[in-house]
Design a protein around this ligand. Sequence first.
Ligand code: HEC
Ligand code: HEC
Ligand code: HEC
Ligand code: HEC
Ligand code: HEC
Length: 218
Amino acid sequence: MTQIFTPAADTWLRLFMVGGLALSSGGLVGLIGFAHSAYETSTDVRPHQPVPFSHKHHAGELGIDCRYCHTGAETSPQAGLPPTATCMTCHSQIWTNATMLAPIRKSLADDKPIIWTRVAKLPDYVFFRHDIHIAKGVGCETCHGRIDAMPLTYRAKAFTMEFCLDCHRDPVPHLRPKDHIADMTWQAGTDASASGEKITAHEGIRFGQLTHCYVCHR
Ligand code: HEC
Ligand code: HEC
Ligand code: HEC
Ligand code: HEC
Ligand code: HEC
């Protein structure tokens, strides 16, 4: 089948339709209310997972770095979820017979990945990438909250447009030194904007351009 619209044109068409529909029916408030209560923005929901994986245990108590399992966060658009082999680096030695881990052993034996239920996901008309945020000094915790304290994973912050824009208007106070990117307890000093200023000085943040619609809708 020939494609009439480019993916970008398609995104714009859908945005236009969503926006236009809402405005023409006077239902913008209703629409936003709907969008915000939908699965995509829901916070605090702990969905059923094939294995009850605990960040509290692994990232918090055992202190495993986020990037050991989410290897793409620094280098690609997607942080990515770990393959079964990553779990097996430890679980071929410890807890080898636990019933809780049976799906992991089956996944390895059958060579089929575990299908996790996603909690942090944007609607597909929003463009996002991890690498640029990490490179410019936005920490995991700023967007995902205290993952290291979660026995079961949930979305700590609603990914509303306002959430993104709040920072895109002035990222400086939210930036941190790169060696604290995955640090869950890092706190800005008393003068956050001065240290942010220092960080950005040599990073070349494109001030004033980050709120343009095409940054996130393309
Ligand atoms: C660096 C080592 C390491 C890796 C990698 C690892 N685990 Fe664990 N895991 C442990 C240890 C240690 C325990 C705890 C045993 C104890 O103290 O009770 C554990 C316990 C568990 C438990 C039992 C419940 C709990 O949290 O106490 C589950 C379920 C589990 N891991 C799932 C996973 C999955 C799924 C992966 C891959 C995404 C994974 N683990 C990767 C070390 C690891
Ligand atoms: C031992 C491996 C491991 C480590 C270490 C780890 N994670 Fe995870 N992470 C997982 C697995 C497995 C899932 C999918 C299951 C779940 O949601 O709990 C996941 C899910 C997530 C999700 C939800 C993704 C989605 O859309 O459903 C976020 C956000 C996340 N991790 C962030 C972090 C952060 C931040 C850290 C460091 C503090 C971290 N993870 C450390 C294995 C790990
Ligand atoms: C600027 C905000 C922001 C920062 C910083 C951030 N994330 Fe995310 N993360 C998101 C958003 C938004 C999504 C959903 C992306 C989507 O659906 O396209 C996401 C999705 C994820 C997922 C699900 C799988 C994926 O790649 O989509 C994991 C795992 C994750 N993030 C881990 C991390 C880790 C680990 C860090 C720090 C090294 C981090 N994130 C830093 C906003 C952020
Ligand atoms: C805490 C601050 C912060 C938050 C929250 C945040 N961003 Fe960003 N974002 C940045 C910074 C800093 C940059 C890099 C700016 C630069 O390079 O000039 C960036 C860059 C981007 C870019 C890349 C622009 C390009 O042209 O390459 C996209 C896309 C983006 N953000 C989307 C999002 C979306 C979508 C969200 C919400 C889910 C979000 N961001 C939340 C700080 C943030
Ligand atoms: C920094 C990223 C970012 C920028 C810049 C941005 N948006 Fe969004 N936009 C989002 C996110 C994230 C959502 C999804 C909100 C949700 O799921 O609740 C969204 C949703 C929307 C929606 C769907 C309706 C709604 O509110 O849920 C429309 C329409 C929209 N944006 C239009 C625009 C227009 C027009 C601009 C330029 C003035 C713009 N956006 C700039 C991130 C952005």
